[in-house]
Design a protein around this ligand. Structure first.
Ligand code: ATP
Length: 207
């Protein structure tokens, strides 16, 4: 008698890359191909919305100077504080990360009953551990191109863009963790082709 087949666990793939590398663009293209997305940045924004516990802890620590005129977190003001002082950055991470992990776990559990591969878009995947993820997809781009795109599409000053790129893990550190690497130094159609190849890779994986 053959044993009943075990239900196969749904695939989970970590998606990461440096700031401005193209993670969000890749995530959207993967959704078009059938993936579902858990987006760490979106969760951070949701948890930092006025009225949330994380928001309150941040205001308790830094006061109203991190708020805009509507009472929402003023991201450039916060960035000014934490990206110039490692201690403040650690304090922010300690306030935000546990809540983010909890919400990510809840979303992962919700999607785990489905069949679609789950993409976990985690900008700081390499910096913050996440060793529970067996499969990692890295979006790689020359930092000069990332700086250029951040200035052109996101309104960053050159200095800000360079500081943000420099504060993150290096390309090499990220690539060491990668099961698959997308090179996003070309145009959008080259990116779409590489996402097709990444999707084939995902479908070939064992959960
Ligand atoms: P962040 O780290 O800030 O969240 P990200 O890694 O999610 O950024 P995207 O937002 O996907 O990066 O891309 C950054 C910018 O570059 C966007 O405006 C996007 O439209 C643009 N972009 C991404 N890939 C390409 C490409 N191949 N050619 C031209 N522009 C691109």
């Amino acid at each position: 008698m053959t044993a009943p087949a075990q239900p196969q666990a749904v695939l989970e793939i970590g998606l990461t890359g440096g700031i401005g590398s193209g993670k969000s663009t890749v995530a959207l293209l993967l959704i078009e191909r059938g993936a579902v997305l858990v987006d760490a940045d979106a969760i951070v924004r949701q948890l930092q919305a006025p009225g949330q516990a994380v928001y309150q802890s941040m205001v308790d620590r830094w006061g109203t100077k991190i708020l805009d005129q509507h009472g929402a977190i003023n991201r450039p003001a916060l960035a000014e504080i934490v990206f110039n002082d490692q201690e403040e950055l650690t304090a922010l991470n300690d306030l935000v990360h546990p809540a983010v992990r909890k919400e990510m776990a809840a979303q992962r559990a919700e999607y785990a009953s489905g069949k679609d591969p789950i993409i976990l878009d985690i900008p700081l995947l390499v910096e913050s551990g996440h060793d529970d993820l067996a499969h990692v997809l890295v979006v790689d781009v020359d930092p000069e191109i990332a700086v250029e795109r951040l200035m052109k599409h996101r309104g960053f000053s050159e200095e800000d863009a360079r500081n943000r790129v420099a504060s993150q893990a290096s390309r090499e550190e990220r690539k060491e963790k990668a099961g698959f690497i997308i090179d996003n130094s070309g145009d959008q159609s080259s990116l779409a082709q590489q996402v097709d190849a990444a999707w084939e890779w995902i479908l070939s994986l064992d959960s």
